[in-house]
Design a protein around this ligand. Sequence first.
Ligand code: NDP
Ligand SMILES: N[C@@H](CC=O)C(=O)O
Length: 419
Amino acid sequence: MKHKKLKIGILGFGTVGQSLYEVLQKSPSTSAVIEKVVARNPNKKRNIEIKNLSFDTREITESTEIDTVVELINDDIEAFKILKTAFENGKNVVSGNKKMIAENLQKIIDLQNQTGQSILYDASACGSIPVIRNLEEYYDNDLLQNITGILNGSSNYILTQMYRHNKSYNEALTEAQEKGFAEHDPVFDVDGFDAMYKLIILTLHGFGTIAKPKDIFFTGISGISESDIRFAREKGLKIKLIAHACKVPGNKVALFVMPAFVEQKNYLYNVDDEFNGVIIEGDAYDKQLMFGKGAGGHPTGSAVLSDISALSHQYKYEYKKLHLPKPPGVSDDILLKLYFRYEKPETIDILPLQTIEEQYVGPAFHYTVGTVKLADLLINSENLRKFVSFMALRNISKESIITHYANKKHYRQQLIPVD
Ligand SMILES: NC(=O)C1=CN([C@@H]2O[C@H](COP(=O)(O)OP(=O)(O)OC[C@H]3O[C@@H](n4cnc5c(N)ncnc54)[C@H](OP(=O)(O)O)[C@@H]3O)[C@@H](O)[C@H]2O)C=CC1
Ligand SMILES: N[C@@H](CC=O)C(=O)O
């Protein structure tokens, strides 16, 4: 295949932009030369001194020299404008901006078709793990059933530090920020937005389904307390923030993001710190685990480097699953067994429970374990965010995710005690 030397412009010179700059120096065989780097704040002190730094986006998007725009800024609205201008000016794009990508999937596909340009964004999901390209290329058949993964490195880092080293939530969050794992606004990480956007991207490449954020129930770890960690420890479990895309009957896929209690035998149990892990499950091959650093400048820089190299070989996403005769729709028709911890006893009245399996009423907090329809979580999400301090899937195995609850017989068979 023809191989082209790229002239790149890097937009954004923060954690990932600077790391890409360094990673590129370590890979002289990559066919790319940095023509220009653009950041926003001319008064900011930089760790790396470079000659070709400027503060005007147009010096990249409107340059006649640059053919590839590497967008690594922390502003999704601006990032979409940059993408559009770059395409209109005949440039390809590499990006790590999951919010911009997930919020605009259809528009991005249309723009690629209209302009003939392409965007690669493997860095947008799971940092250094090449999960998007694998879903696109290797799993390009009908066998895939579930994608289950730890997709947010910051939350995983915080949970690990709390569990393993008894650190406080705030201390662990500060460390995640200092290490360059967290987003500009860490609420994006700890309240599940980041994992939800990544799940949307993986669902497109895995199943051909374009889901909207409003279709996805998501919650994060910001309300976690020592009592939740104790609950997990006593039962030999760990808490992880997990995103799920599960194929359900009727050619549908159910999507949700929430903390979960994870047993030792699960592949994700030992995925700790800023590492991500994605279990890909399908007919014929059962389960496979992709594992690697999911956050941080250099791991993410390496994914960006790989996309730059792929562009130099004219690689583009074909969105193969999108062209299936009938890509799956989104379903909220599943039942989940959840743990809810709350402070006020009357909160039990707003929990949309189908069954109650365990309850604790104490002086400082209360918890209930019971089953809930995913559809009811979506409808009640505002109240749940307001009144429930922390919620988690009781177990990430089949006992806690029941996809056939409409079929009562199957439901009874599946709803067996987990411990
Ligand atoms: N950190 C990580 O581990 C990962 C991050 N990502 C994604 O990569 C992107 C960058 O993240 P990260 O490097 O951590 O973010 P940082 O906050 O560290 O850096 C952002 C950079 O963008 C620049 N910037 C912001 N707005 C503009 C603009 N309008 N024009 C030009 N430059 C601008 C900032 O300029 P200035 O320096 O002047 O303030 C800064 O250099 C985000 O989309 C993030 O979600 C993806 C995977 C992992
Ligand atoms: N903030 C993100 C960075 C990578 O996407 C995370 O913590 O996973």
